[in-house]
Design a protein around this ligand. Structure first.
Ligand SMILES: [Cu+2]
Length: 322
């Protein structure tokens, strides 16, 4: 974590992928000088086609595509070397981030204590992993994951090349072989249970504007002590149901030192559109990281989700056989 970037990280997180399109000027303005001027993800906006964007070149940030939807963006490519893995056993995942000349990127800016954050999510959003692969000298990233269910997955790499001011999130398809039985998305809920912890969500995800989301973690009805994890008391990833567009949201407050806090952790999040999102909250207690998952709707429900099942988020992290 670069101390100078502390506020910037929050601003940039607000702007991450989604927010820049909506002119969240107030959120972006506190950026520190080393990110100044750039403001959020404008470089991304400059080099990616803006849907209906005739405003290119004026002071209004152009609409930008949400993160995670493209395998190649702004000159960088996610080269997934293992596009197919088996289900139910530890599988090695290898990938390379390549620059515009096809060379592996070996220099990164650290964000939240890591050069690169890797998210794996099944298309039906029932399996989720937040991993931190290791990088070899030649730039190849490797990690191991056991994915319990066959099916289509997205691999989302969230990183900032050292040569860039702004981070980006690239996404690639991963096929997990086997007979695939897709699950329906759990119904919207404001409470999730994971590993014996009850997590409550306060706040509503707005479409196209910033909204505050506060999570409270309890165990047996008592407030839980949240330990710092990657420089914060929680990490939140939101994936849009339907295309798995990616929003990495950072908390209002960074963690300082190793002192525990809690039981609350608050975020500001901006959804790019109406729709249904799955929120994945990573938090750390007793030295272990837990993930609580919530289905939320942004904006008015346009079309009722065709099929929803009761939220069984407490089973998210456990292999569930069919
Ligand atoms: Cu991470």
């Amino acid at each position: 974590m670069r101390p100078l970037y502390k506020i910037g990280a929050f601003g940039a997180a607000l702007a991450a992928s989604f927010a820049a399109a909506y002119g969240i000027g107030d959120a972006v303005s506190p950026l520190s000088p080393d990110t100044g001027g750039g403001g959020g993800h404008e470089p991304a906006a400059h080099s990616s086609p803006a849907p209906g964007g005739s405003a290119r070149g004026d002071s209004t940030p152009a609409a930008t595509t949400p993160g995670g939807l493209q395998v190649s963006q702004d000159g960088y490519t996610l080269d997934l070397r293992t596009p197919r893995v088996p289900a139910g056993e530890p599988a090695a995942l290898r990938f390379v981030i390549r620059d515009a000349d096809g060379r592996p990127v070996t220099d990164y800016r650290r964000e939240h204590e890591k050069d690169l954050h890797l998210i794996l999510a099944s298309r039906d959003l029932t399996t989720y992993r937040h991993l931190h692969p290791t990088r070899a000298a030649d730039g190849t990233w490797t990690t191991t994951a056991t994915l319990p269910e066959p099916g289509g997955y997205r691999v989302l790499a969230d990183f900032t090349p050292a040569a860039e001011r702004e981070g980006l999130t690239l996404g690639a398809d991963l096929a997990v072989s086997g007979t695939y039985t897709p699950d329906a998305l759990p119904a919207p809920a404001t409470t999730a249970t994971v590993d014996g912890y009850e997590v409550t969500l306060d706040g509503t995800l707005k479409a196209g504007g910033a909204s505050d989301l506060t999570f409270t973690v309890r165990r047996d009805g008592k407030p839980a002590a949240l330990q710092p994890y990657l420089g914060a008391y929680g990490h939140l990833v939101a994936l849009r149901s339907g295309d798995l567009a990616y929003l990495h949201v950072h908390p209002h407050e960074e963690a300082h030192g190793t002192a525990a806090s809690g039981p609350e952790v608050a975020f500001s999040a901006t959804a790019p559109s109406r729709g249904t999102y799955r929120l994945f909250l990573d938090f750390r207690t007793g030295g272990e990281v837990h993930t609580a998952a919530f289905t939320v709707r942004a904006g008015e429900p346009t079309t009722p989700t065709a099929e929803e099942r009761p939220d069984k988020s407490h089973e998210e992290q456990a292999p569930h056989g069919h």
